[in-house]
Design a protein around this ligand. Structure first.
Ligand code: FCB
Length: 473
């Protein structure tokens, strides 16, 4: 572990107002770091693992920056004990990771692949041995390719396959894992994967995307019901959604309508069925105007609204929307109502995402009002910046540390306003395969030198460690 004393630079990172807010977080607040299987594991063909949709998509020319793929990634599959050691050094109490479905069920169905399961079995034991609580996500986007070939998430059967797979993992690890997340960011799976075509499997059809939304939610509900029936006491189930704020760019009716539509497809199409057992009527109408119907069958909404113990919130930025294109038209190129994100004019990260901690507070406060009695955990929040390592590999990333500071303070502010947020997991433990951006974008608290696989804790990692220690007192 790098020994630089982060205290010398803390004042440049954390304002005194942020420091005071962060100081209000209770000693019981959970602190974690997060990763996802395809982004870090590598070992793509080992121990019976078959291709996922990301292995396939990353072979499509032009799909991923620099032609990168996850074949090796951070080589975590082979370096897992060393990485768990690092997690321990950061002083967190929780590690959020995901399980690769193609390791557990190489054909997307059928019996458990013991060699693949053994990896997660060892990971869980390694974590518990260091006093770190495993927070397991069952699906962080690596659908077995064979299931995509059979129709993917637009096919109803995939929901049932997901529930079967979930039970294989659950039966093996339920004696040691207390917190289970079904899906990570179904919006990305459905919209980026099946509508925008920028993530695996790279399809472009609104109807397919909306069918995917419904079947992802159905899979979540089926898996949650079955796991809960088989669960030991004090086992918690939840789902992680990526959410932002959708403000109207002006007070005009057309902008307010654009914001309503963005919020409908970004937040309410997930949380309304999950919490209220219904799809939002305005979203259903908007979709009908585009000849798209959500393929709901009798009984589905009762399954989808299976009780949740927590909501995982992934926040990166907020947006404001205009219903008017730059050329003044109120329809987009496809003849649908225009929905244009208008920048606030704030500084951005290397992803081009505006840095808007105040929108994080706004989002959490709104969620606590519209969907009350649902404890929240921040399951991801973080930033990519252009890191410049020194000769020893150390990165003095005060920009990233400042992002964490302002956003953790924003969480504390939301708590003060009544939002029931109980933990914060930084994205990410390591620099890793950032999907369509390949290895070009780095989010880690720990730098990875991809030539040598050497890990070096960054200034942000030291700041995070010291902040956790301070809050715990
Ligand atoms: C989220 C993903 C995560 C990571 C961050 C930057 O959408 O869940 O895997 O890529 O964005």
């Amino acid at each position: 572990m790098e020994t630089t004393d982060s205290a010398t630079t803390t004042s440049a990172i954390t304002t005194s107002a942020q420091s005071a807010l962060i100081g209000t977080l209770p000693a019981t607040f959970r602190w974690g770091v997060a990763t996802a299987s395809y982004q870090i594991e590598g070992a793509a063909t080992e121990d019976g693992r078959t291709p996922s949709i990301w292995d396939t998509f990353s072979r499509v020319p032009g799909a991923i920056d620099n032609g990168d793929n996850g074949d090796i990634a951070c080589d975590h599959y082979h370096r897992m004990p060393e990485d768990v050691e690092l997690i321990g050094q950061l002083g967190v109490d929780t590690y959020r990771f995901s399980v690769a479905w193609p390791r557990i069920q190489p054909h997307g169905r059928g019996p458990v692949n013991e060699a693949g399961m053994a990896f997660y079995d060892r990971l869980v034991d390694e974590l518990l041995g260091k006093g770190i609580d495993p927070w397991l996500t069952l699906y962080h986007w690596d659908l077995p390719q064979e299931l995509e070939d059979a129709g993917g998430w637009p096919a109803r059967d995939t929901a049932y396959r997901f529930a079967d797979y979930s039970m294989l993992v659950f039966d093996r690890l339920k004696d040691r894992v207390r917190n289970w997340t079904t899906l990570n960011e179904p919006w990305c799976s459905a919209m980026h994967g099946y509508v925008h075509g920028v993530m695996a499997p790279g399809r472009r059809d609104l109807g397919d995307g909306i069918a995917a939304v419904h079947h992802l939610l159905l899979g979540h509900g089926l898996a949650t019901q079955r796991m809960r029936e088989a669960a030991p006491e004090a086992t918690n189930f939840g789902i992680t959604l990526n959410m932002g704020t959708a403000d109207p760019a002006t007070d005009s009716e057309v902008d307010r309508d654009a914001a309503r539509r963005a919020d409908g497809l970004g937040v309410r199409i997930y949380l309304d069925p999950l919490v209220k057992a219904q799809y939002p009527a305005d979203v259903v109408d908007d979709l009908a105007a585009q000849n798209v119907r959500i393929p709901v069958q009798d009984g589905d909404l009762a399954i989808i609204s299976a009780p949740l113990d927590f909501l995982g919130v992934n926040y990166y930025f907020g947006q404001q929307y205009s219903g008017v294109e730059e050329d003044g038209r109120t329809e987009d190129a496809d003849g649908n109502p225009a929905n244009r994100a208008v920048p606030f004019g704030k500084p951005t990260t290397a992803m081009g995402w505006e840095i808007l901690p105040e929108k994080f507070t706004q989002l959490l406060t709104r969620l606590s009002e519209d969907y009350p009695d649902l404890p929240m955990f921040i399951t991801e929040n973080g930033s990519a910046f252009e890191d410049v390592p020194d000769a020893s590999g150390f990165v003095d990333d005060q920009d990233r540390a400042a992002y964490f500071s302002s956003h953790i303070a924003a969480v504390a502010a939301a708590r003060q306003a009544g939002a029931d947020v109980r933990g914060y997991f930084a994205w990410s433990l390591l620099d890793n395969f950032e999907w369509a951006y390949g290895y070009a974008k780095r989010f880690g608290l720990v730098r990875v030198d991809y030539e040598t696989q050497e890990r070096t804790v960054k200034q942000s990692g030291l700041w995070f460690r010291d902040t956790i220690a301070r809050v715990r007192g």
